[in-house]
Design a protein around this ligand. Structure first.
Ligand code: ADP
Ligand code: TRP
Length: 325
């Protein structure tokens, strides 16, 4: 029998190397929802094409993402994990949605406005990005969409597009809700700004130990001398430590730093230890899975089949609704 669980859906653009911000801000919270929801996860490779012009990189990053989701323990028997481009209903649905999407709605998108302001190469794909995202969501009748704060507007646009379609053609699409985990909102990068590929301040999620240590040693700190007391709270080291260490580990380190005689270098070493402990097993599983391409391809095929079983009937309803009968 079918379950009566609500459905959660989330996609991650297959660009760049995944960093700690992506892990804590997007992947981990999305996986937590798998305890209460039927989950659909996908690798948004079509969305990556708005900026990626290197075919080999698109393939590589798609498989990197796939192996990462699996290494994190995503259960592909209970849930669905697929590659966006494998399910052609997404691009088809996008057209039907485009035809009811007001230009003004897309012009309001922060991502589009930012790209324009930065004088970036703004192609039509980037402009139409939220419409494809709406198709991703609406094809699966998703109840909730867990995303970072920066994506909240896109989910709201998806709701508006669904509303516009329903107003014309009847009750075809379910209106989704964004789910934002407030407490892990913005993970800081090496320089204290939001961790982001675009700032080059990121710490790769499953990089080797050596690189992780090196990156953490370069964290920005103030220049208080070795002997002087230091405040962990409010420091960049402290902000990252809170995300990985337990409260008692934090209090312990905080106490020792406050006494003076301990340099930031030592605190960073302890930060390295807690992060490394957290990622060690995931990294081991990742390396193994990433090397097994036949398995990864089989996983994609299985995911696509499960995804089509939901998206197919939806697109049939949509075609019927608009008069393709
Ligand atoms: P980047 O800013 O490095 O290009 P993306 O925009 O590809 O990262 O982010 C993908 C997902 O990861 C989004 O859901 C986003 O909210 C989340 N994310 C990215 N960076 C951070 C961060 N520093 N803190 C929290 N979440 C983040
Ligand atoms: N736009 C999202 C991002 O940049 C990725 C994405 C594409 C997505 N389609 C989606 C997220 C559907 C949630 C639901 O991170």
């Amino acid at each position: 029998m079918t379950t009566h669980k609500k459905r959660s859906l989330t996609g991650l653009r297959a660009t760049g190397n995944l960093h700690l911000g992506n892990y804590l801000g997007a992947m981990k919270p999305a996986l937590e929802l798998s305890k209460t929801y039927d989950c659909v996860y996908f690798i948004a490779d079509l969305h990556a094409l708005t900026s990626n012009r290197t075919p080999e990189l698109l393939t590589k990053q798609t498989f990197d993402h796939l192996a990462t989701w699996l290494a994190l323990g995503l259960d592909t028997d209970k849930h669905i994990l697929f590659r966006q481009s494998d399910v052609r209903e997404h691009t088809e649905c996008m057209w039907f949605l485009s035809c009811v999407t007001n230009l003004g709605l897309l012009e309001k998108s922060h991502a589009f406005k930012d790209a324009l302001a930065q004088g970036a190469d703004v192609n039509h794909g980037l402009f139409a990005y939220p419409v494809l995202m709406a198709a991703d969501i609406l094809l699966y009748n998703a109840d909730v969409v867990p995303v970072g704060k920066d994506q909240k507007q896109h989910v709201e646009i998806a709701r508006d597009i669904a509303g516009a379609f329903n107003a014309i053609y009847g009750d075809v699409f379910k209106l989704p809700e964004p789910v934002i985990q407030e407490e892990v909102m913005i993970i800081p990068g090496l320089d204290g700004r939001k961790m982001s590929k675009s700032y080059g301040n990121e710490i790769a999620f499953l990089c080797e130990e050596k690189e992780l240590r090196k990156k953490l040693m370069s964290l920005k700190t103030d220049s208080t001398g070795l002997e002087e007391p230091k405040a962990l709270k409010g420091s960049l080291v402290g902000d990252l430590f809170t995300l990985f260490g337990t409260p008692s580990q934090f209090a312990d380190l905080e106490g020792r730093l406050a006494k003076g005689g301990m340099g930031w270098g030592h605190a960073k070493e302890e930060l390295f230890n807690v992060i490394n402990e957290h990622v060690r097993e995931i990294r081991e599983r990742y390396v193994e899975l990433r090397a097994d391409e036949p398995f990864l391809r089989a996983t994609l095929a299985k995911g696509a089949e499960k995804a089509r079983a939901i998206a197919g009937p939806t697109i049939e309803r949509v075609r019927h609704a608009v008069g393709i009968r």
